[in-house]
Ligand binder design. Structure first.
Ligand code: 6GU
Length: 251
């Protein structure tokens, strides 16, 4: 797959592209990352990319011409064009899986107060990474690229996806490594037992417990197996935290 980033700050991507798993994926040809400087598409001699907002108000607005000329330069028939904006729909793991199927994604990063709204008409979607405001779309575009690239075939071990947070609609279970006793803090006995079925049950139960405690919203519209419902009942019966809107699951 190819990811094209349109940005005023291509140097921000150097560390991202040249480090660890992303660097390896690029080297192995699993992904091509192209950073294009929007400023290279300006037509005036001072290379202006922004101007004051019509109607007044604070800050500067990125102009249509450099952004849309840069987009036209990199866009192909199969390109999926994403504009990073705090007002976009919130990115999640399902979006990452969807983008990972695409041949080419183009991510436009806004800066300053925002972009001229006429640019919105030329993109497939506006995407945000959460309910807070960043100084620009660059970090958000790296978040999205990272989440997508690690899902591409052969970038990380296939099985590592399966038990991760969100992949099965639950937060992940806790992991432990050596030593089995760290300053008196012990690893749960079952993980040392070698009993695969008991380990699977323990992990599923801990996943459920974590999700119930930290992200009960993830459980609202999820389908449950009989085994999962049994564990949820146990939590409720043992007086563990159980949100009242989820009681319907165990009724
Ligand atoms: Cl995509 N851009 C900016 N500037 N802030 C954000 C964001 C995007 N997503 C969350 N906050």
């Amino acid at each position: 797959m190819k990811i094209t980033i349109l940005t005023l700050f291509p140097e921000m991507y150097d560390g991202f592209i040249n480090t660890s798993i992303i660097a390896r994926a690029v080297k192995q040809g699993k992904v091509e990352i192209e950073c294009v400087n929007i400023r290279d598409f300006t037509l005036d001699k001072h290379n202006h990319v922004d101007d004051t907002p019509f109607g007044g108000g604070r800050g500067m607005v990125m102009m249509c011409q450099p952004v849309l000329d840069a987009l036209a330069h990199v866009r192909k028939a199969n390109s999926h064009v994403i504009l990073m904006a705090p007002s976009g729909k919130t990115f999640n793991q399902a979006c990452a899986r969807n983008y990972a199927q695409k041949e080419h994604i183009i991510i436009i990063c806004g800066h300053y107060e925002g972009l001229d709204a006429r640019i919105y008409d030329e993109v497939d979607e506006l995407v945000s990474i959460g309910d807070y405001v960043l100084t620009g779309g660059e970090l958000a575009s790296m978040v999205i690229s990272d989440a997508v690239i690690r899902l591409l075939d052969g970038v990380i071990e296939e099985e590592s996806h399966l038990d991760e947070s969100f992949e099965n609609g639950l937060l992940e279970y806790p992991h432990y490594t050596k030593p089995a006793d760290y300053k008196g803090k012990k690893v749960p006995e079952v993980l040392l037992s070698g009993h695969h079925e008991n380990i699977r049950k323990f992990r599923l139960k801990e996943s459920l417990r974590n999700t119930l405690k930290i992200r009960p919203d993830l459980l609202e519209n999820r389908e449950f197996t009989k085994e999962e419902i049994k564990f949820l009942r146990e939590f409720a019966e043992n007086g563990e935290f159980f949100p009242s809107n989820l009681v319907k699951i165990i009724k």
